[in-house]
Write a protein that binds this ligand. Structure first.
Ligand code: CA
Length: 228
C-alpha cells in the first residue's frame, strides 16, 4: 500500500483529502503545520508528500527546501493558491516535483499522484498510452506529455483542450464548443481566452508555431486538429 503524507492546515481540506485518498487505497498520514510536517518527513519514509504552501510555523517552501537539503528524495506535490504563478516556479526550483492549484478536483489530484508514483517507480515509457500530436507524445489518462524523452509541462486545461480536439480530430471545433466542453458554464472565459490557450499550445506542439500544421485556425469558426 502506498503511503502519502498530507501537510495541510485547513481542517476541511485535510479531512476531505484524507478521506478521498484512503478511498483510493492509499495509507494517509496528516500534519497540520510545517514543523510537524518536516519532522514526519524525516521520521518516516513515505511514497509521496502533498504539501500546502501557506502553512503555520514553516511554509511549504521551507519544508520542501529542508527536506531536499536533508537528502530526502520523496516526490513532493505542492498545493498552491490560485494565481500564485510565482509559487509554482519557486516551488519547482526548490525541488518540488509538481504543483496543483487550489481549488482542484479530486480526480485531477489523483491523476497527478498516480503519474508521479508511476514515474518514481521507474515504470518505462512504453507502458503509458501514448498519442502523438505534433512534437509531443501525450498520455491523456496520466496527464503526461513528452517531447522525445523529456517531459513537457502542460496545464490540466491544456490537456483537456488537446483531449477534446483529439476526440474531434480532423473536424472543425468551434470556440463555443470548446468553452462549453472544457470550461463549463460556471466559469466565464471569453472566446479570446480560447485563442490565448491555442497560442500557448502551438508553442509546445508545432514545429513552427507561426505556421501551424497541427492546430489550424478555421476563420470565423474555431479550430481543427489535423493528425494522422
Ligand atoms: Ca494553508
Amino acid at each position: 500500500m502506498k503511503r502519502i503524507l498530507l501537510i495541510e492546515d485547513e481542517p476541511a481540506m485535510q479531512m476531505g483529502l484524507k478521506d478521498n485518498l484512503e478511498l483510493e487505497g492509499y495509507q494517509v498520514d496528516v500534519a497540520g503545520d510545517g514543523e510537524r510536517g518536516l519532522a514526519k518527513i524525516k521520521a518516516n519514509p513515505v511514497d509521496l508528500i502533498l504539501l500546502d504552501v501557506m502553512l503555520p510555523k514553516l511554509s511549504g517552501f521551507d519544508v520542501c527546501k529542508s527536506a531536499r537539503a536533508a537528502g530526502i528524495a520523496t516526490p513532493i506535490v505542492l498545493l498552491t493558491a490560485r494565481g500564485e504563478e510565482i509559487d509554482k516556479v519557486l516551488g519547482l526550483e526548490l525541488g518540488a516535483d509538481d504543483y496543483i492549484t487550489k481549488p482542484f478536483g479530486v480526480r485531477e489530484l489523483l491523476a497527478r499522484i498516480k503519474a508521479i508514483l508511476r514515474r518514481s517507480a521507474g515504470i518505462p515509457t512504453k507502458e503509458l498510452q501514448l498519442t502523438s500530436i505534433g512534437r509531443l507524445q501525450l498520455d491523456f489518462a496520466a496527464f503526461v506529455a513528452r517531447e522525445n524523452e523529456t517531459e513537457v509541462r502542460l496545464s490540466h486545461k491544456e490537456f483537456e483542450i488537446l483531449a477534446f480536439l483529439y476526440q474531434n480530430k480532423n473536424q472543425v471545433v468551434s470556440r463555443y464548443d470548446l468553452l462549453e466542453k472544457v470550461w463549463g458554464y460556471d466559469e466565464q472565459p471569453t472566446t479570446r481566452t480560447v485563442d490565448n490557450f491555442m497560442v500557448r499550445l502551438r508553442q509546445k506542439i508545432e514545429t513552427n508555431p507561426n505556421q501551424p500544421k497541427v492546430i489550424l485556425t478555421v476563420h470565423g469558426t474555431g479550430y481543427k486538429l489535423v493528425t494522422a
